[in-house]
Write a protein that binds this ligand. Structure first.
Ligand SMILES: *[C@@H]1O[C@H](CO)[C@@H](O)[C@H](O)[C@H]1NC(C)=O
Ligand SMILES: *[C@@H]1O[C@H](CO)[C@@H](O)[C@H](O)[C@H]1NC(C)=O
Ligand SMILES: *[C@@H]1O[C@H](CO)[C@@H](O)[C@H](O)[C@H]1NC(C)=O
Ligand SMILES: *[C@@H]1O[C@H](CO)[C@@H](O)[C@H](O)[C@H]1NC(C)=O
Ligand SMILES: *[C@@H]1O[C@H](CO)[C@@H](O)[C@H](O)[C@H]1NC(C)=O
Ligand SMILES: *[C@@H]1O[C@H](CO)[C@@H](O)[C@H](O)[C@H]1NC(C)=O
Length: 326
């Protein structure tokens, strides 16, 4: 089933449409690596119950899978949630799609972070629905750009927490001490797809966002994918960019290439650039193991991992065991 779907997708890409040729991959700047590493740990934390079930509050810190040297998010487990009870919190399972996330302040790294849980169909069956309702169905989103449409399940999964999440971020930024904090949206798999819409919404309000995702499915029609791709700031490798798209993929991870299926007509696309982790399976990558793959600011149909060699474990391991709390 899986390889069949993949082959169809790859064939469709080869048969197809107006894909620009990729620019040659280049190794990533250290600043991008540090950001990706930090944001992957926030994405990991979104799977852990205590961070997304309403327990997280200003007196607690983020929880990870494992403690000490065994932790899968050591960079963020020490960072406290904000002192702002009203605005820094976790959001537990929205009614239809089971969307869960946390909004947290990291005073150590000076970030305001929105992190979404990915699919956890065993514990939360509703989290499979966004993947299903994104197959071949797109909702128009003219509020972002003309002709733009979004994968139905992913955009509606965000829509269920839209107001709560955006209001929390805005309130946190009002605190003068945090006005300079970088706003980050992140998530793994489904969580990455949902978080893309949080980034879009915040950017529409003029707030610069680092939009990070790890192994996310396609979220957008070609117009919307191009629109988001064009929001990526032209990076100076020595300066932390204000706004960046970090779409991280891992060699052998089949999810970015296979979800949502394109078989019912409307195709979804990926945003650029992608950051391609080239190490195998559970090998921890360094900055030199990640390449930026840009298709010149335009969207991509395939996830461009390594469609010849698909590994189940590659989806669960990015800079560490990202879905270990799952
Ligand atoms: C939330 O998760 C934590 C950690 O697993 C658990 O101790 C707590 O009972 C949970 N609370 C609710 C309301 O589910
Ligand atoms: C948390 O907020 C309360 C009430 O606004 C304030 O008195 C206290 O100093 C704050 N604590 C920290 C650590 O910022
Ligand atoms: C989020 O809410 C805003 C304000 O109501 C709305 O304009 C926007 O369309 C919503 N976005 C999504 C993806 O639901
Ligand atoms: C904001 O910064 C000031 C000066 O460093 C400090 O006194 C105050 O406690 C901070 N407030 C919060 C909410 O962290
Ligand atoms: C990503 O890295 C893998 C492993 O090196 C490689 O097979 C694949 O072609 C790369 N993708 C792109 C678009 O460079
Ligand atoms: C990228 O796009 C720009 C502007 O459309 C164009 O001038 C340039 O030739 C393109 N570069 C490549 C390598 O396709």
């Amino acid at each position: 089933m899986r390889s069949f779907n993949l082959r169809m997708v790859v064939n469709a890409a080869l048969a197809g449409t107006c894909l620009a040729s990729p620019l040659a991959p280049v190794a990533i700047p250290l600043i991008d690596f540090q950001n990706i590493n930090l944001y992957s740990q926030y994405a990991a934390a979104a799977y852990c119950n205590a961070n997304n079930n309403g327990t997280l509050n200003p007196s607690t810190t983020l929880t990870c899978a494992g403690t000490g040297s065994q932790s899968n998010c050591p960079l963020v487990e020490g960072s406290r949630c904000s002192n702002d009870t009203e605005n820094s919190r976790s959001i537990f399972s929205s009614p239809t799609y089971g969307t869960a996330c946390f909004v947290a302040v990291d005073d150590t790294n000076k970030r305001i972070v929105v992190s979404f849980r990915g699919t956890d169909a065993r514990r939360y069956p509703k989290t499979a629905l966004p993947n299903i309702f994104s197959v071949g169905v797109q909702n128009p989103v003219p509020q972002y750009c003309a002709g733009c449409a979004a994968a139905k399940g992913y955009s509606e999964a965000f829509g269920e927490v839209n107001t709560t999440v955006i209001n929390a971020v805005i309130a946190l930024r009002r605190d003068a001490n945090r006005s300079g904090y970088q706003v980050v949206t992140t998530g793994h798999s489904l969580g990455g797809a949902v978080s893309t819409f949080a980034a879009l919404e915040l950017r529409r309000m003029g707030i610069p966002v680092h939009a990070a995702s790890f192994g996310m499915p396609r979220t957008a029609n070609p117009q919307l994918a191009d629109f988001i791709s064009a929001q990526d700031a032209n990076p100076n490798p020595n300066v932390n960019p204000q706004q960046r798209n970090y779409r991280v993929i891992h060699r052998g991870d089949f999810i970015p290439d296979s979800l949502p299926l394109s078989i019912l007509g409307r195709e979804s696309r990926h945003i650029t650039p992608s950051f391609n982790i080239t190490t195998d399976n559970t090998a921890v990558p360094g900055a030199n193991d990640i390449t930026i793959v840009t298709i010149n600011g335009t969207s991509q149909q395939t996830g461009v991992t390594d469609s010849q060699n698909i590994y189940q474990v590659a989806h669960a391991f990015y800079l560490g065991p990202i879905s270990k709390c799952n």
